[in-house]
Write a new protein. Structure first.
Length: 480
């Protein structure tokens, strides 16, 4: 099994620490020395571990004798082959260890119900009984959230066009008649006509599957309660169609109660007409490599179609291409939260300014600075790069045009993956100088070394921001 111990998410880490502290002997000098959780029934302990990710729930077994086997009753079960079989190791031997672990777990599980079951298992056609037993086990436990991931860990996004569409396992018919609330399928065949039996399904996530126009249309028409739809690394999605369901009308994506839209792939064509707005929209066009004025105008139309919304997340492609068009976004966005997935490259700076200009009600701005992937610079087919004649040191100087959101509404900014680049530093200086209502600036230093330096250097530069002149003297600056 996997011997590594990745750091838990902050909330889970805090819960884990609380459990650890509460399990300490409260009076070590007395003879009682009782575990404080002895007063709780086992059902309460099971509820606690069920809130934790599966791997972290297993760690509670070291807290005390009382906790040794509680994690085995968790209602949140995750069977992940990748925790056992490494890509560069003897996978077949390790896969068998994983299969034995799953088999023993299913046989020994004592709880009557399962809330969530996730199975990550590549090449399921070689061991179909493992998958069938897991699914039967989950359905017998009245599972509400089911996730089946049969993708291969060696696949990469740039191989999307070369993969031989390896969906080699069919979702059993018994699943369609089960009252699921969420379903995640990765590299798994499904019968879209059977989705009409999912009367309670609110969330669907599909990955590494073919999504033809007819499939998308039937899927969303059959799922009347759908609230969240996620499509990642799917192919054959560039068809154009228009379908009306209730008050909602889209091209390529449609659902009557859709509140959260996350899309990753090539640029689609949406037509979203509805009375209410979306809560969250995440658009990632990482597969696109070319941009021109026509593409920019198409992006502007797409943003108009998903507007109004409360929160928007955009990718580096949008930051680079949107400023190139003449039409742009038709009307200002009413979003209060904006997340930018960026490398803070020179070509992205006009895009950042573009969104600040078009988001006059912005209250929270987040940067997710990618320090792992190579910067994807768009191949401009007709124009120069949007910032070719602008030097980085002048992009965010004090004389740069001010935006109403920065001076009137912006209260919180977070920079995650800070690497002390000139554009990052320049933007922070600009923000501190013009942000009149700023309450909090959070700088999360990158943990990855690069040609620009190492985490220690990044942190040292980040600490210098406390000494920079600012409009708000009491601004809270947090450096992590």
């Amino acid at each position: 099994s996997d011997n590594s111990s990745p750091t838990p998410a902050p909330n889970n880490l805090l819960l884990y620490k609380i459990l650890q502290l509460l399990s300490l002997q409260s009076h070590p000098t007395t003879q009682t020395n009782m575990d404080r959780f002895l007063v709780l029934p086992e059902s309460h302990l099971v509820a606690i571990v069920s809130f934790l990710p599966f791997k972290e729930a297993a760690r509670t077994s070291v807290l005390s004798k009382r906790w040794r086997h509680v994690w085995r009753l968790s209602k949140n079960i995750e069977f992940d082959e990748r925790c056992f079989a490494k890509v560069d190791a003897d996978r077949e031997v390790q896969r068998q260890v994983f299969i034995d672990f799953v088999r023993q777990w299913v046989q020994n599980y004592q709880e009557p119900t399962v809330d969530r079951l996730s199975l990550k298992f590549s090449q399921p056609q070689n061991n179909p009984r493992v998958v069938e037993n897991c699914i039967a086990f989950a359905l017998a436990g009245h599972v509400k959230h089911l996730a089946l991931d049969f993708s291969d860990p060696t696949w990469a996004v740039h191989d999307l066009d070369d993969i031989a569409h390896p969906t080699q396992f069919d979702l059993p018919l018994s699943v369609y008649n089960h009252p699921l609330e969420s379903l995640t399928l990765s590299s798994c065949n499904f019968n879209v006509s059977e989705f009409k039996n999912f009367g309670m399904l609110k969330e669907i996530s599909l990955c590494w599957v073919e999504m033809k126009e007819s499939t998308t249309k039937a899927l969303l028409a059959n799922c009347g309660c759908l609230e969240s739809l996620s499509l990642r690394h799917c192919w054959d999605m560039d068809n154009f169609f228009c379908v009306r369901v209730g008050e909602l009308k889209l091209k390529t994506l449609v659902a009557p109660n859709l509140r959260c839209l996350r899309y990753s792939g090539t640029l689609p064509k949406f037509c979203l007409l509805r009375n209410g707005g979306l809560d969250e929209v995440d658009l990632d066009f990482g597969h696109e490599t070319h941009g021109n004025e026509a593409v920019s105008d198409l992006l502007g139309q797409l943003v108009d179609e998903v507007n109004p919304m409360r929160a928007l997340t955009v990718c580096t492609f949008m930051l680079q291409v949107l400023p190139m068009g003449e039409e742009g976004i038709g009307s200002p966005l009413g979003i209060t939260q904006l997340t930018l997935k960026t490398t803070m490259h020179d070509h992205e700076q006009h895009g950042i300014q573009y969104f600040l200009k078009n988001c006059p009600q912005l209250e929270t701005l987040k940067f997710e600075i990618d320090s792992h992937a190579r910067t994807r610079i768009i191949n401009y087919t007709e124009y120069e790069a949007p910032c070719a004649e602008v030097k980085p040191e002048h992009m965010w100087d004090e004389n740069t045009i001010t935006f109403s959101c920065v001076t009137q509404t912006l209260r919180e900014v977070e920079m995650k993956g800070f690497r002390a680049s000139p554009n990052e530093i320049g933007f922070m200086c600009y923000l501190l100088y013009h942000g009149r209502l700023m309450e909090k600036l959070t700088i999360i230093v990158s943990s990855q070394a690069s040609g620009r330096g190492n985490p220690q250097l990044y942190r040292m530069v980040a600490e210098k921001t406390r000494d920079l002149p600012r409009t708000v003297p009491n601004l809270q600056i947090i450096i992590i």
